[in-house]
Design a protein around this ligand. Structure first.
Ligand code: FAD
Ligand code: SIN
Length: 548
């Protein structure tokens, strides 16, 4: 058993930025499930969107975000995020991030990406996320009020609901059950405030740009604890990942199209203009669907991204990592087109939060990709994610500062210990591997870029059984990182399908052949919410989770 004032689950940009700001008032403990550099943040390429240029304006960034979000962004949230951008960029600079400058000037070099009407993406070559993550990690590690534990996995949240009936008052979060994947021990970690900064869920799909641990753990934990999950049907597919059996979906940044890259089919024809007059720089839901349609039309396994007509020095200096990686796989992008395919990239939905990152559960907050603030609506504008991590982290920490003098509400009595399992079933590993693969494959085939009612129904039927199987074995198998992740992955996959089935239209990243149009009525232009507090779900939850 361990206790802290603020527990942060996740060490990506969202978790680190929040920790750095909260450490001005609290003792902060960060737990991270793998090595500290294993995050989606570290992989971010293009950069971070903010209104910096004199020829840009807040209004234009707001309009671009709303347009990409296809009628589902919360306008007040968009305005706040966009207008806070320049100040939050200053935070990054104060933590040591050095953005690329334009020529010999002191001003930043701004990139352009799909859906943006202006150049407004600050970047550090094509490894912006890595530069940001390294700077923040270094600052956090040196901070006297911050402790960081790696290889430490949050299994589930501790709530007062486990000791009291619902009628006893609002649900409160009191910390989390934590599993050390090296010592294999589980402990209970109590905290006055718990922040979920666990990132996205790209691994729900067979092909993804995300890191291996993007299994939606925060969304699954919050759902099991009774918080609402919003808009999970809006999975964003990035149009251009390198197509090579060994490349593991390496991303080719949208900034390459921003610098004039064209998408070609195997005959060398440009095809995106047939779908949208903005061509390769249309928002990525449109470009990803155009590629999917072209691959289906031609029967080809990929399309090609060609920037070889642009200046060689510009390509190598702006995209050194992408250039090097393509070369490793035999493609010189200064001389030839590179094969690319779309892959699952970003979860626009997540744990429903307000301006301060507050969830439905008292004491439980969420920030970053795991949260749904209302910024992205039905489709995130490129490079708005890093911005959202920073703005919500800042506002959440400011809110917590007003609570610094309040007495702790933790009630350590009667919290059940995590169940221990002595024996290991020898089929365990095989079953886990099989189910991981099955979930990811069926999500790719049935719940991908183009969906239909029949495909969604098939996915839902199968996922119901997979979830039951996983929960059943979860009580009797030895704890193991893969198994913990599978449990979360299967739940998030199932919730994604449930949300997709609730939406009887196509909007943003969600496209259903049976409802190909975006509807205009106010009922359809609503967010979808899922909660474990419905009767059937509670029964399921009580049966499989609460009685160990
Ligand atoms: P992450 O950075 O993914 O961090 C999640 C953290 O949570 C990790 O430390 C992980 O270990 C931890 N964690 C997860 N589950 C648990 C658990 N159960 N217990 C303990 N710890 C846990 N966005 C942009 O705005 N601009 C870009 O240029 C850009 N490029 C991208 C390129 C790629 C290849 C990818 C994959 C994404 C890109 N994105 C970009 C999206 C953006 O990087 C992410 O949305 C953002 O970094 C998410 O930050 P985060 O802190 O929420 O999550
Ligand atoms: C990219 O560089 O293409 C990724 C940008 C993003 O996901 O916002």
């Amino acid at each position: 058993m361990k206790q802290t004032e603020v527990l942060v689950i996740g060490s990506g940009l969202a978790g680190l930025a929040f920790a750095l700001k909260s450490a001005e008032n609290f003792k902060v403990l960060i737990v991270s499930k793998s090595e500290l550099d294993q995050t989606n943040t570290s992989m971010a390429q293009g950069g971070i969107a903010a209104v910096i240029s004199e020829v840009d304006s807040f209004d234009q960034h707001i309009q671009d975000t709303l347009k990409a979000g296809a009628g589902l962004c919360r306008p007040e949230v968009v305005q706040r995020m966009v207008e806070s951008g320049p100040e939050r960029i200053q935070d990054l600079i104060s933590w040591g991030v050095q953005f690329d400058a334009y020529g010999n000037t002191l001003g930043p070099d701004l990139n352009k990406e799909g859906g943006h009407s202006k150049r407004r993406i600050l970047h550090v070559q094509d490894q912006t996320g890595r530069a940001i993550h390294q700077a923040l990690l270094k600052t956090a590690m040196a901070h006297p009020n911050i402790e960081i534990l790696e290889n430490t996995i949050a299994l589930d949240l501790v709530t007062n609901h486990e000791t009291k009936p619902e009628s006893a008052g609002p649900r409160t979060c009191q910390g989390a059950y934590i599993y050390n994947s090296k010592t294999k021990e589980v402990s209970t970690l109590f905290a006055n405030f718990t922040m979920l900064a666990t990132g996205g869920a790209g691994k729900v799909y067979l092909y993804t740009s995300n890191w291996g641990g993007a299994t939606g753990d925060g969304m699954a934990m919050a759902y099991r604890a009774g918080a609402r999950i919003a808009n999970l049907e809006f999975t964003q597919f990035h149009p251009t990942c390198l197509y090579h059996p060994l490349a593991r979906n390496f991303l080719i940044s949208e900034a390459v199209r921003g610098e004039g890259g064209h998408l070609l089919n195997s005959k060398g024809e440009r095809f995106v203009l047939k779908h949208d007059e903005r061509g390769e720089l249309a928002p990525r839901d449109i470009v990803a669907r155009a590629i999917d349609a072209e691959m289906k039309r031609t029967g080809d396994e990929c399309v090609y991204l060609d920037i070889s007509h642009q200046d060689r020095d510009m390509i190598i200096s702006k995209f050194p990592k992408i250039y090097e990686k393509c070369l490793e796989f035999g493609y010189d992008m200064t001389k030839q087109a590179v094969p690319v395919v779309p892959a699952a990239h970003y979860q626009c939905g997540g744990i429903l939060v307000d301006q301060y990152g507050r969830t439905d559960i008292e004491g439980l907050f969420a920030v970053g990709e795991t949260a749904c603030t209302g910024l992205h609506g039905a489709n995130r504008l490129a490079s708005n994610s890093l911005l959202e991590c920073l703005v919500t982290a800042h506002e959440s920490a400011q809110y917590l500062a007003t609570k610094a003098d309040e007495p702790s509400k933790i009630e350590i009595k009667n919290i059940p210990k995590w169940r221990e399992v002595e024996s290991t079933d020898e089929d365990e590993k095989m079953l886990i591997g099989h189910l991981w693969d099955e979930v990811r494959r069926l999500m790719w085939n049935y719940v991908g870029i183009v969906r239909s009612n029949e495909r969604l129904t098939r996915a839902q039927i199968r996922l119901k059984y997979i979830r039951q199987e996983v929960e059943y074995h979860f009580r009797s198998f030895h704890l193991d990182k893969d198994f913990v992740e599978l449990r979360n992955l299967a739940l998030v996959a199932d919730l994604t399908v449930q949300a997709a089935r609730m939406r009887h239209e196509s909007r943003g990243t969600h496209y259903n052949l049976d409802y190909p149009q975006q509807k205009t009525d106010s009922e359809s232009a609503r967010e979808t919410f899922l909660s474990s507090r419905t009767e059937i779900e509670r029964l399921y939850y009580d049966t499989f989770h609460m009685n160990f």
